[in-house]
Design a protein around this ligand. Structure first.
Ligand code: KOT
Length: 757
């Protein structure tokens, strides 16, 4: 009798084959829980605490089975009983605990920390409705709360509680844990998510995502702030951040004492990595706890804290830099505000004439990044280019004060999820061609020896085609759209933001639409796919979604064009959908305005799955191009230095570009009779005006080059073998972008934690 059959009989007194799908799902949860119960925690003197407001972990069922090394066996048992493991995974809701790149990076990092055998937990919040679910109505983005907690899941309520003192009340937290299983490890780490038992979903206005913002006890962990690379200045956010870090700080001190710390040596027991500035209040909170609860004097507490906290910056966008008015902080926690004022005095005394490095500015507003840099021991950027820009411009004055504390650590992705789990066909092909070592060391470079091998290239093509079929099924089930699996699959998936320039790809679509109508039919049909959410407060981003959806409808209903060009916008893009898109893509769109995308990590997920990147020299794209060489990527557009100069000298005038003969008709088509007949005039007119008069992220500056290079790419695709060779070289060179490499670098340069083996 199989493992699952035995469990089924214990639990239901029936055979596996007689169960319903939800029961099988529960059985698998039980099986995994049993295995986890037998696995001790990773341990050691010093432990990593990765603090993040977001952990975009994705569904865990198959990932956990894979990490436990029982995926194939379980799949076979299920097959035998007539179940399909992918259908069973439909029973699991995707945890809704992140916005985009920053949250997904945290998920990849905790996977790698465990897979490398390091003791280290993630610390965050358990948002009951997480990020909103996106759906489309009248070609516009709409919102519904994500009820992800409704289904049985991997969260386990612990018996830990802490008291968090706010100005007017004290809240008692509850701690939930999710086991983080490293790849083929016999110990595990945890994701620690704090919550409040008093949160009350009945305060949400029916079916919407609006709620009473004042009643903290009822609303604190209801929702995740829906901003990506943006900061929303509401007070509830400070409550959330302080709740997260106060709990996390109390937890880490408690655990350190249990392991033998005498408090004075706390920095030998714990290192805290903060994922951007959202957890910065851990600095004053640690100082508060060390002085008030543990009797240290202020300067000793400051010194210990400064040896414990390391800061990662994820963006140079000014609108994303967190600043809090001191009166907000005072109304949330006067003690914390008071400590921040003391830290500010230290800096004002040390650097009296340097406005740019102060903590509190002339408007009595606190700059969270300043606190993190002055009172942490490490600041890092997330790609080489991003780190250079931090050192040379955004954080130049800080870099001059602390040159040795700056690090550049290019982001990475976990191959467990983004290759093994997402693309079992490609993984099996890799096993056959280069052996299975890559599953341990992420080294795929041996594949370079097969770039001229017809057999391998043809199998590579077959895998891509099978993944296009899987994507087609997903889109059919998910939103009733059918796509041509023999078309070129060209994908841009990421949050909707002007700097990422989805609007530039929309202008290309307008160009292509007219070109096809003029009789220039593509040899191979083209499917352009978008996915991503826009923040509810970000009007222009929603206008861009509206433009793309309206174009999609126009093209689908035009028989002259629809056989050659299709535009799809995936509804509610998330980790679950991402898997199908990264593995099916021929073309990866990484077209941000140079200097603005700190790293990007989607670029790496496409690359490892053999897509060819269309890129500006931004973020980690630069390093992708360095590794695969000029023949295997398509580069266009102005470079970062030039863009930084244009901003410094306010030297970009959108209208000058708009007036050009090749550009004007494309922009003006946004408000053409054809599109206005489909779309909303207010949205289309606003976007049109914005592009002509502002275009703050310079979609027009690179448009002509973009159109030219896209045409070249589609033409090059016609040589199937040459195209797949490019894809194969991309996969072969992707090893560097494994998050295992990144975590080893963090540990060598910043954390210095011992592997537990
Ligand atoms: C959000 C709010 C405030 C500050 C920063 C952010 C932020 C940055 N959210 N996501 N990012 C992205 O982080 C990724 C991981 O490092 C990068 O790859 C990506 O370029 C950032 O935009």
């Amino acid at each position: 009798m199989t493992q699952l059959d035995t469990l089924a009989q214990d639990k239901f007194n029936r055979d596996l084959a007689d169960l319903e799908q939800p029961e099988v799902y529960k059985l698998l949860l039980d099986l995994i829980a049993k295995k986890v119960d037998q696995m001790p925690l990773f341990s050691g003197k010093k432990k990593i605490y990765y603090f993040s407001a977001e952990f975009l972990i994705g569904k865990l069922l198959s990932n956990n089975l894979l990490n436990l090394g029982i995926y194939d066996q379980v799949k076979a048992e299920l097959d035998q009983a007539g179940f399909n493991i992918e259908e069973i995974e439909d029973e699991e809701n995707e945890p809704s605990l992140g916005n985009g790149g920053l949250g997904r990076l945290a998920a990849c990092f905790i996977d790698s920390i465990a897979s490398l055998g390091l003791p280290g937990d993630g610390v965050g919040l358990n948002y009951h409705f997480g990020l909103f679910q996106q759906y489309f109505e009248d070609n516009q983005q709409q919102y519904r709360p994500d009820t992800w907690l409704d289904q049985e899941n991997f969260l386990k309520k612990s018996d830990k509680h802490f008291q968090v003192p706010f100005k007017d009340f004290t809240l008692t937290s509850s701690l939930y844990d999710i086991a983080v299983l490293g790849y083929q490890q016999d110990k595990h780490n945890r994701l620690r998510l704090f919550d409040l038992d008093t949160v009350d979903s009945s305060i949400i206005e029916d079916g919407s995502i609006s709620f009473d913002k004042t009643d903290i006890e009822k609303n604190l962990t209801l929702f995740l702030y829906p901003d990506d690379s943006d900061a929303d200045g509401e007070k509830l956010r400070i409550y959330q951040q302080y709740f997260m870090v106060s709990n996390g700080a109390q937890l880490l001190i408690q655990e350190a004492i249990e392991r033998g710390s005498n408090i004075h040596d706390l920095a030998d027991y714990a290192v805290v990595q903060i994922n951007d500035t959202h957890p910065t209040l851990i600095i004053p909170e640690l100082i508060r706890l060390l002085t008030t609860d543990h009797g240290l004097d202020f300067m000793e507490a400051v010194k210990i804290t400064s040896q414990m906290v390391a800061f990662t910056n994820h963006t140079i966008l000014a609108e994303a830099l967190e600043t809090w008015p001191m009166n907000y902080l005072e109304s949330v926690s006067p003690e914390i505000a008071d400590i921040i004022r003391k830290l500010d005095s230290i800096i004002k005394e040390s650097y009296p004439n340097q406005a740019s490095v102060q903590i509190i500015d002339e408007n009595d507003t606190a700059h969270m990044a300043s606190i993190a840099i002055h009172f942490g021991f490490s600041t890092n950027g997330v790609s080489q280019l991003h780190t250079d820009i931090l050192k040379q411009s955004t954080l130049k004055d800080f870099y001059e004060l602390y040159p040795d504390e700056f690090h550049g650590l290019t982001n990475g992705i976990t191959f467990r999820r983004w290759l093994m789990d997402a693309n079992p066909e490609l993984s099996a092909l890799l096993d056959r061609v280069i052996g299975e070592e890559w599953r341990q060391d992420s080294d795929l470079s041996e594949l370079m020896n097969y770039q001229e091998d017809d057999q391998v290239l043809s199998e590579f093509s077959q895998v891509k085609h099978a993944n296009k079929e899987a994507l087609a099924h997903f889109l059919q089930d998910h939103q009733g759209v059918s796509i041509n699996t023999d078309s070129i699959v060209d994908v841009q998936v990421k949050r909707i933001h002007e700097y990422k320039r989805q609007q530039m790809l929309a202008l290309y679509i307008i160009h292509k639409y007219h070109d096809i109508k003029a009789g220039n039919k593509p040899e191979t049909p083209i499917t352009i796919i978008f996915g991503g959410k826009a923040a509810p407060a970000y009007t222009i981003a929603q206008d861009i979604i509206h433009l793309i959806l309206s174009l999609s409808e126009l093209i689908a209903n035009d028989p002259e064009v629809s056989d050659y060009l299709q535009v799809v916008f995936v509804e509610n893009y998330n980790v679950t959908a991402a898997r199908y898109l990264f593995t099916a893509a021929d073309i990866s769109e990484q077209i941000s305005l140079a200097s603005k995308e700190a790293s990007g990590t989607g670029n790496m997920k496409f690359m490892v799955n053999g897509a060819v990147t269309l890129m500006t020299l931004d973020g980690a794209n630069v390093e992708i191009a360095d590794r695969v060489g000029q023949d295997n990527v398509y580069i266009f557009g102005k470079e970062a230095q030039e863009i930084v100069r244009l901003y410094d000298e306010e030297d970009y005038v959108a209208r000058d570009y708009y007036e050009q003969a090749a550009i004007k008709p494309l922009v003006d088509f946004i408000v053409s009779d054809e599109l206005l007949a489909i779309g909303n005039s207010e949205r289309l007119n606003r976007l049109h005006q914005d592009m002509i008069n502002k275009d703050y992220f310079m979609a027009l500056i690179d448009l002509e080059e973009f159109i030219a290079i896209k045409e070249k790419m589609y033409a090059d695709y016609q040589d199937e073998k040459a195209w797949r060779k490019k894809g194969l070289i991309n996969t072969a060179q992707a090893g560097f972008f494994s998050s295992d490499r990144v975590i080893n670098e963090y540990n060598d340069q910043i954390w210095h934690v011992q592997v537990d083996d």
